[in-house]
Design a protein around this ligand. Structure first.
Ligand code: SF4
Length: 818
């Protein structure tokens, strides 16, 4: 099969309530056959948040392919195009970083580890002496392993004592975490992928799953193409494959105007009240705030929603009826809501719909606030993103004392006098110079953060010493003072947790190239060099290996919602990943949370006391305690407000960015896979046929897109986006290119008041044609970026993209997949 052309692979439809049939997808590099493979090594795919279980093929000390694990609960053997073609291709790329680099006379030059680490620790010690812990910031990733995040969290919070820690999870999954905390008291995905097998309807809010989690979409297609399919409702301003499936299943495609998600959600919520689709008894027993919510949504009649959002009032009514009358509803949410205006309020509104109907904790009635990145969940769990480890509350003295006891440090060392500093604020402090030491690991903010020109200025300026550790000399690494070469997936051992809480062990398959080291080893080397000590004078970090770090983390998670105490590396070497909590009560893991309708909202246990969703103002401990939530979930609402930047005569179109099927994040890995890169080699923008015609633009023409912050020059795809909107894929960096083509040149430094997620999806722009094109835009034809013009040649992979579905291999201790 050419899985570039056939993104989701062949269908295996099956009846409701039955197990998703296994299908083992495999890809081996050109010229390699199964008999050539020396060994298969346990892992899971690290190219999106789905976390598909897989084995890595090794030959002669090199990674040469991957095979899905039939026994894994996540993917039942399947892999998507990125997993198949992108998992190993980068590893042997000739431009891998193999030695540390330091900046000398303005140039990055190779050096040895001792010199590079000495440069890092000299600046770190000096700033700690002169300015204290607030001079330090750490900006990490959604792609490290749990053990690495936890080690970094302990270094930052107990070694240095800085609140300035965050990850690029702020640009993706922070809103998922924030919305869970607001509704249920703590982070934690309530639902399960098995809900797909049991539901009557699936609502996808701002979630183009068909491209962002292709294997999960296969799982949905295998239900929608069966005899008793669920109906799909899609909320998206583009006509994506999800939107097409909504139409095919008799559901609804709602395409709200960019920046109006919350008005739409308020309209759906009002319909539940207006039509008596609320389970009053369940709501009275298990929730707080229903009267306030009813009052907030009352003005959002279908006609008013139609006016604000530009959707048909009857379509809104139909979608609400599907939600209000289906026996079991699964909801999934992603960047279309998170990276948009009023992000947390919109994500919380999804919870409200479920709570009003009591559709939670039951088969088929899941909520999946999705993640973009594969290990974002672990960053949130361990506290490398600024939260405290184990979903503890920074504002709860008892939680601080627990951590201080665990690490044997003075509680005052652990920063907890104010909320943790979020990524955009860390960049502002670096801009002002109060943060003089910024360590960036496994992420590429020069491409992924909003307002790129500003980020480049901050990272290349002389106010902040920048350390970058990565696999390649990324656009960000090129601006650093010290660059540390890191080992990647398959070159190190560790665990990570996918979006539905399933923990996988990924074992080291091969040695890293040259002098590259695992991120864990790099953090441990820094801790040793800085000589961080606990209150007894013993080394603060007592672990040396990934497995020891995992055991330390297990203790940190004890008794918390994210309880790993029943997990071990030995257990994770079984046939499947295991969803947390795993403990004495649930030794085999937990498929679905809140089956007893008891939520972690007790004042002494919760992760946050909550916020006002409109302003972000914090609820105090006293206010929270007075509400006596005691296990009841919060129903919270907010009025819609217009987005920060609206269209004008100067900038008449709405600009929105997003993810596409063949690339992952800023393409650090996927651009080095020939198959993936050839399918979408350069950036583009998408216009509706109506707007393109009005501007005299045809498929493939070179256009300039401008916002008040910058401009890009790329080819135009006349495609599926709604009239009035312009879509740009966010993956493509262009440092040094003139003119620039990266989408974030145009986005702005504004964020959601609760989750602090920047707005990537609401800005104003104008588009001008520069010249006629010499062929179609470099955009794929296979999914949401499909052209309006049927004459554009289809995206195909060619000979190098042949993958196979193979017979299910025999695994030791195989209990089968359920
Ligand atoms: S769906 Fe995600 S995790 Fe699964 S193979 Fe594709 S990229 Fe990898």
């Amino acid at each position: 099969m050419d899985r570039i052309a056939d993104i989701w692979g062949p269908r295996t439809p099956h009846p409701r309530g039955t197990v998703w049939p296994a299908r083992v997808d495999q890809y081996l590099a050109d010229g390699i056959t199964e008999s050539d493979v020396d060994r298969w090594v346990l892992s899971a795919c690290l190219l999106c948040s789905n976390g598909c279980g897989c084995d890595i093929a090794v030959k002669d000390g090199r990674m040469v392919g991957v095979r899905g694990r039939a026994t894994d609960v996540v993917n039942h053997g399947r892999l998507g195009p990125k997993g198949l073609y992108g998992s190993t291709a980068w590893a042997h790329s000739p431009d891998r970083l193999t030695r540390p680099l330091v900046r000398e006379n303005g140039e990055l030059v190779e050096t040895d580890w001792d010199t590079a680490m000495a440069r890092v620790t000299e600046v770190s010690r000096r700033l700690l002496d002169e300015k204290g812990p607030l001079s330090h910031g750490f900006y990490t990733s959604g792609q490290l392993f749990l053990e690495e995040y936890y080690t970094l969290a302990v270094i930052g919070k107990a070694g240095i004592g800085t609140p300035h820690m965050d990850g690029n999870t702020r640009l993706c999954t922070a809103t998922a975490a924030a919305s869970f905390k607001e509704s249920f008291g703590a982070d934690g995905q309530p639902g399960s992928y098995t809900d797909i097998e049991h539901c009557d309807a699936i609502f996808l809010y701002g979630h183009n799953m068909a491209e962002t989690q292709t294997v999960l979409w296969s799982r949905i297609l295998d239900r929608t193409r069966a005899a008793d399919p669920p109906v799909i409702v899609c909320v998206d301003p583009r006509r994506t494959p999800v939107a097409a499936e909504a139409e095919r299943t008799g559901g609804v495609h709602l395409a709200p105007r960019v920046g109006t998600n919350l008005a739409l959600m308020n309209g759906l919520t009002r319909e539940l009240f207006a039509n008596g689709w609320v389970d009053e008894e369940w709501v009275a027993r298990h929730t707080l705030g229903v009267d306030d919510l009813r009052a907030v949504v009352e003005p959002y009649t279908p006609d008013e929603v139609a006016r604000i959002c530009g959707v048909d009032a009857d379509d809104l009514r139909r979608a609400a009826r599907i939600f209000g009358t289906s026996g079991a509803v699964l909801s999934t949410v992603l960047q279309g809501f998170y990276q948009s205006h009023q992000a947390t309020a919109s994500a919380v509104a999804v919870h409200n719909l479920h709570l009003l109907r009591g559709l939670i904790g039951r088969p088929g009635s899941g909520i999946l606030q999705m993640n973009g990145q594969p290990t974002a969940q672990n960053n949130r769990e361990t506290g490398a993103d600024g939260d405290l480890p184990g979903f503890r509350n920074w504002d709860n003295e008892t939680h601080i004392r627990e951590l201080a006891g665990l690490w044997n440090v003075d509680p005052l060392t652990i920063p907890h006098w104010a909320p943790p500093t979020h990524a955009m604020q860390i960049m502002s402090y670096a801009e002002e110079g109060s943060i003089g030491f910024l360590w960036i690991s496994a992420t590429n903010p020069a491409v992924s953060m909003p307002e790129s020109a500003r980020i480049r200025r901050i990272l290349s300026g002389d106010r902040c010493f920048v350390v970058v550790q990565d696999l390649f000399l990324t656009e960000t690494a090129r601006l650093a003072d010290v660059v540390l070469p890191a080992a990647g997936w398959g070159e190190k051992t560790g665990t990570f947790t996918n979006v539905n809480r399933t923990v996988h062990l990924s074992e080291q398959a091969v040695e890293p190239p040259g002098e590259a080291r695992s991120d864990l080893d790099i953090f441990l080397a820094y801790a040793r060099a800085m000589d961080f000590r606990d209150a007894a004078g013993e080394p603060l970090i007592r672990w040396r290996t990934a497995e020891e770090a995992f055991e330390a983390w297990r203790e940190a998670s004890r008794g918390r919602p994210v309880d790993y105490t029943g997990l071990s590396y030995a257990k994770l070497r079984g046939p499947t990943g295991i969803p947390w909590p795993v403990n004495e009560d649930a030794p085999e893991g937990t498929d679905r949370l809140y089956t007893d309708a008891v939520f972690p909202t007790a004042t002494d246990y919760c992760e946050t006391y909550g916020h006002d969703l409109l302003t972000g103002a914090s609820v105090t401990e006293q206010e929270h305690r007075a509400l006596r939530p005691d296990g009841r979930a919060f129903l919270k609402g907010a009025a819609w407000t217009p987005p920060h930047e609206e269209t004008s005569d100067e900038y008449p179109l709405l600009y929105t960015t997003g993810r596409t099927v063949y690339q992952f994040h800023t393409r650090t890995k996927t651009s080095r896979s020939r198959s993936l890169n050839d399918a979408a080699p350069e950036s583009w923008v998408e216009l509706s046929p109506a707007d393109a015609a009005g501007l005299g633009i045809a498929e493939g023409d070179l256009v300039r897109v401008e916002s008040p912050r910058g401009s890009i020059e790329v080819k135009a795809r006349v495609g599926q986006v709604m009239p009035g909107a312009v879509f740009a894929p966010f993956h493509y960096g262009s440092a040094g290119d003139d003119p620039p083509g990266q989408a974030n040149e145009l986005t702005m430094t504004v964020w959601d008041p609760v989750s602090k997620q920047p707005y990537f999806k609401t800005a104003a722009c104008r588009v001008t044609k520069l010249r006629d094109g010499d062929g179609p835009a470099p955009a794929p034809t296979t999914a949401g970026s499909a052209p309006a013009d049927a004459g554009v040649p289809p995206t195909e992979g060619g000979a190098a993209t042949t993958s196979r579905s193979v017979p299910t291999p025999a695994y030791p201790n195989d209990p089968g997949v359920s």
